[in-house]
Ligand binder design. Structure first.
Ligand SMILES: Cc1cc2nc3c(=O)[nH]c(=O)nc-3n(C[C@H](O)[C@H](O)[C@H](O)COP(=O)(O)OP(=O)(O)OC[C@H]3O[C@@H](n4cnc5c(N)ncnc54)[C@H](O)[C@@H]3O)c2cc1C
Length: 572
């Protein structure tokens, strides 16, 4: 059976066109030829990834993958194609967050530009990419964190139709090298949303002052200040409420890459962990003979495959989105919050097994253990994304509607809708197809059936003992409810992808074994919340289920895990 995990040694994505395949292969080969020693040494030396940016420039990597067809001047290879953006995100994550991050913040920096109707700014960005440059996204400020309504980047009219911008930005990736820095600010004297503005700055301009790298690592997450920075009409991307929508819609596009980055990190860590543990002999036996070690590996594997299935299916909804089908707005924060926290759990399981190996200077696992913490925090924290997910819950569970089927989307299309998503409001009105359908299709898989009962239980809770008015203001209570709901959504798309791709039903059963346990765990957490009422407590206790145990199934999945020992090792 072909492995469900990405393996650089036999990676051959036949669904992509020739140039895309060449670029992805060239990226893998660049990392492999450079080797593992260099990879980890540069990580620990916190050496800026300039050599990677040089490689990307030489191969036209970012220019080809991140220039929409409308700005490609007829180049047939350039388009914004989420399937291949996701593929590169996974590959870069596989070799480390330090390489994924400059790509990611270039995507974010381009968001406000590709959403803008300003031809001069678009042309400049396309040229910058073609010349091998990178971009940055200047939204966050030192004092305001997630509160993006507040900004102290102020544009003052210069009396000649332009502005002078003054203010600071904080946590801005690529801020040391980017030729296009999309900056969010407000116009002096204009109160409220009408005052918002997105404009382009250039980090090489003399009025752009790079203060420092705020993180001690290979990536450059800058603090910068603009002092009297001249902003002309050619630099203005959006004004008024549209500038705020551009910020949110950019984050929508950008945060989709986090899950693939996390999957890549977890895959590389998995190969290293299983190869080490399976070949390490303690008391005359491989470490993997310990039942708890087997269980940890099987759990990590099931979670990793689950995450891949969900995120791959989410690509289809992302690419098929249009003004009448905004289901991606739910699946996207689930990729962000669920898949990245699952990646953290996978790394926690693997590092638990390999123990000291995940502290060694020459292990990828050491890199992974550090990097993986970042993903749930970027592009909105877990809490922020859960709060977003909750907005969709009533319609998702109780008001399904019909949609044309969404097929697998690996075609060479330009995903132009992502740059005309429109106003970011109205999330509670988005409707979904019937979630029960996917669960019905796989009711013959024992743990899918069991989990589906828990999912029905959630709907029943909301009907019979819904959150009170007080609880609806209590985010601590709601976030746990959000975790329960997220699992139902996560399971649905996994099942859809399993049907489309024919996943081994025993692996699927193992995946839902973890979900039954996770759902039980969140139910217990809800039970313990200070405000949980007696009916809610009774409901929570009733949801604690044991997964269907099947020793043969476990052995079957374990044999797939065992086969991954030695299946990949990075070139030294
Ligand atoms: C490595 C790194 C790179 C980054 N790169 C960039 C970049 O390139 N460009 C950029 O603009 N930003 C960037 N950021 C900033 C990042 O997006 C912020 O970390 C994020 O916006 C959250 O801000 P904060 O970390 O200051 O947390 P705070 O905003 O201070 O949040 C504190 C706590 O409050 C909670 N909270 C806040 N608001 C809500 C809410 N509405 N609902 C529920 N809970 C809430 C949070 O969950 C969190 O636990 C980067 C951050 C890091 C760590």
């Amino acid at each position: 059976m072909t492995s469900l995990l990405f393996n650089p040694s036999d990676y051959d994505p036949r669904h992509f066109d020739a140039e895309t395949r060449r670029l992805l292969r060239a990226t893998i080969d660049w990392f492999e030829q450079r080797g593992k020693r260099t990879l980890v040494e540069k990580f620990h030396a916190k050496e800026f990834h300039a050599d990677f940016l040089e490689f990307a420039a030489k191969e036209n990597l970012f220019a080809t993958l991140l220039t929409p067809a409308a700005d490609a001047k007829g180049d047939p290879d350039k388009r914004w194609d989420t399937a291949r953006v996701a593929a590169l995100s996974e590959i870069l994550g596989f070799y480390g967050l330090s390489y994924w991050y400059p790509w990611q913040v270039t995507i974010l920096g381009l968001g406000p530009v590709w959403q803008s109707a300003n031809p001069a700014a678009r042309e400049r960005a396309a040229k910058l990419l073609a010349d091998g440059g990178v971009c940055a996204f200047g939204l966050s400020e030192k004092d305001h964190g997630a509160d993006i309504y507040a900004t102290d980047m102020v544009l003052t009219p210069d009396g000649q139709g332009g502005y002078r911008a003054t203010g600071g930005k904080y946590y801005i990736g690529n801020g040391n090298v980017a030729g296009v820095v999309s900056v969010f600010g407000r116009i002096e004297g204009v109160e409220g949303p009408d005052g918002y503005v997105f404009f382009v700055a250039d980090s090489r301009h003399e009025n752009y002052h790079l203060v420092k790298n705020v993180v001690p690592s290979q990536i450059f997450v800058s603090e910068f200040r603009l002092e009297d920075y001249p902003v002309t009409a050619d630099d203005i991307l959006h004004t008024g409420p549209a500038a705020f929508d551009a910020a949110l819609n950019t984050v929508n596009v950008g945060k989709f890459n986090l899950c693939f980055g996390g999957i890549g990190i977890a895959e590389h860590a998995f190969y290293e962990a299983i190869t080490h543990a399976h070949n390490r002999i303690l008391y005359g036996h491989p470490v993997t003979d310990f039942p708890h070690v087997k269980a940890q590996f099987v759990d990590a594997y099931a979670r990793l495959v689950a995450s891949k299935l969900f995120c791959d299916r989410a690509v289809d909804y992302f690419r098929s989105a249009n003004p009448d089908d905004r289901r991606y707005l739910l699946f996207n924060p689930v990729t962000k919050m669920k898949a990245t926290t699952e990646a953290e759990k996978i790394i926690a399981l693997l590092t638990e097994v390999v123990a000291a190996k995940s502290f060694e200077a020459d292990s990828y696992l050491t890199v992974a253990a550090t990097d993986i913490r970042g993903l749930p925090k970027l592009e909105g924290t877990v809490a922020v994304n859960l709060a977003l997910i909750l907005k969709f819950m009533p319609n998702y569970l109780f008001a399904p509607t019909e949609y044309p089927p969404v097929p697998t989307r690996q075609d060479a299309a330009d995903d132009e809708f992502l740059f005309r998503q429109g106003p970011a409001r109205g999330l509670g009105k988005v409707q979904f197809h019937d979630w029960r359908e996917a669960y019905r299709t796989f009711v013959h898989v024992p743990n899918v059936e069991r989990f589906a009962l828990q999912a029905e239980g959630l709907a029943e809770l909301l009907m019979t003992a819904p959150p009170s008015a007080e609880q609806q203001k209590d985010l601590d209570f709601l976030l746990t409810l959000g975790e329960l709901f997220t699992l139902v959504v996560y399971g649905q798309l996994i099942l859809e992808q399993a049907e489309l791709t024919g996943v081994d039903p025993l692996v699927l059963d193992q995946i839902f074994d973890t979900f039954v346990r996770d759902f039980s765990g969140y139910a217990v957490a809800l039970h313990g919340k200070p405000s949980t009422t007696l009916p809610q407590q009774q409901w929570a206790v009733g949801q604690i289920r044991k997964p269907v145990v099947d020793a043969e199934r476990f052995a079957h999945v374990w044999s797939q895990v065992e086969n991954l020992s030695g299946a990949y090792e990075m070139r030294p």
